[in-house]
Design a protein around this ligand. Structure first.
Ligand code: SAM
Ligand code: SF4
Length: 335
């Protein structure tokens, strides 16, 4: 079985996997989920052992960075077992980074263990510092345990990056409060443009769309912004604020400017491999995992899928209505 690294048809090495370990969540953020969600039956989900086999196959194929996401990854039962399994790839040096994206609600419980298993950084989603607004946007969430979780992560030595979805009429007025708080706490901060994912019923994505070009212009009213050239191979662009020294990121998933350097793929909690966040094409890795105890079919399926990775995505907000709208939710593909 060849373990030559994964290179897609556009000569992009695939070294970054985001894996969703559950579709469930203890929050119901209005831009992400409907309030009443029908979650998948357990048998549809990859077991922790299957997740281990799948991610380990990617590591053999040259994966350097693994991000665990969901749903809310820390509500998956036994999740530390999975982190423990992945930490062996950190120890061997095969994997450079093991990290996660979380809503922070369970970090108070898990931060120290995650740090002990080799996690060095964590992305925490936080759209507001106002307890009332926090409860309104997450529907089921509370701000205090999230702030405690973030503090626990910091105390455990984890580098925290705050991810804030820019929402028109919701957190526009908190721009500087969020920047100042992150500055005082030593957290990096990245703003994300809201994406047209799924049908949210009463929520209309276009109404919530706050372009980051506008957010950036407002930031420039108070700070001197210097563009940083570093790239994560993803949709984030960074600036440095001269006055505070802070690094601020902007994720504009709806622009195409990052597709050329795209180094990533995603796996859902049911083992579907999505080669591009903005395209429907996928590969069923669960069938390959469950079809045979060895990994030959799995690796063949991964290679065949990477050979189909498209050049870019089709989101477009410039029309009167959203085109390229995806029928699946972020909680399905893992944001
Ligand atoms: N539950 C974890 C969390 O909230 O960080 C991980 C999964 S969540 C789907 C990952 C990220 O996707 C979060 O930062 C969330 O804000 C973002 N997200 C969800 N729906 C989105 C949307 N429609 N547009 C942009 N970002 C979205
Ligand atoms: Fe849950 Fe994260 Fe989606 Fe919010 S964004 S509902 S925390 S998965």
């Amino acid at each position: 079985m060849t373990t030559a690294p994964l290179i897609d048809p556009f000569h992009r090495p695939i070294t970054y996997l985001r894996v969703s370990v559950t579709d469930r969540c203890d929050f119901r953020c209005s831009y992400c989920m409907a309030e009443h969600m029908q979650f998948l039956p357990k048998k549809e989900l990859l077991t922790l052992e299957e997740l281990d086999r799948l991610c380990s196959a990617f590591v053999r194929l040259g994966l350097r960075k693994l991000r665990v996401t969901g749903g809310e990854p820390l509500v998956r039962r036994g999740i530390l077992t999975f982190f423990q399994a992945m930490s062996r790839h950190l120890e061997s040096g095969a994997l450079e980074e093991l990290t996660l994206t979380t809503n922070g609600s369970q970090l108070g419980r898990f931060a120290a263990d995650l740090a002990a298993l080799g996690v060095r950084r964590v992305n925490v989603s936080l759209d507001t510092l106002d307890a009332g607004k926090f409860h309104a946007i997450t529907r089921w969430g509370h701000l205090a345990p999230v702030l405690e979780g973030i503090a626990a992560a910091k105390a455990a030595g984890l580098k925290v990056k705050i991810n804030t979805v820019a929402l028109k009429g919701f957190n526009e007025d908190e721009l500087f409060r969020l920047v100042d708080w992150c500055g005082a706490e030593g957290h990096d901060l990245t703003f994300i443009e809201v994406m047209p994912m799924g049908e949210m019923g009463e929520e209309i994505r276009l109404d919530q769309y706050w372009p980051l070009t506008d957010l950036r212009a407002r930031l420039a009213e108070r700070f001197t912004l210097t563009d940083l050239s570093e790239s994560s191979g993803g949709p984030a662009r960074y600036v440095r604020l001269r006055e505070s020294g802070q690094k601020i990121g902007f994720i504009t998933p709806l622009t195409h400017n990052f597709c050329e350097s795209c180094n990533r793929v995603r796996v859902t909690c049911t083992g579907e491999l999505f080669m591009c966040l903005g395209q429907e094409d996928r590969a069923d890795l669960r069938a390959a995992l469950r079809g045979a105890p060895d990994d030959a079919a799995l690796i063949a399926a991964i290679r065949a899928a990477i050979a189909r990775k498209p050049k870019g995505h089709d989101f477009d907000y410039t029309r009167a209505h959203v085109t390229g709208q995806m029928s699946r939710h972020m909680s399905h593909t893992g944001g």
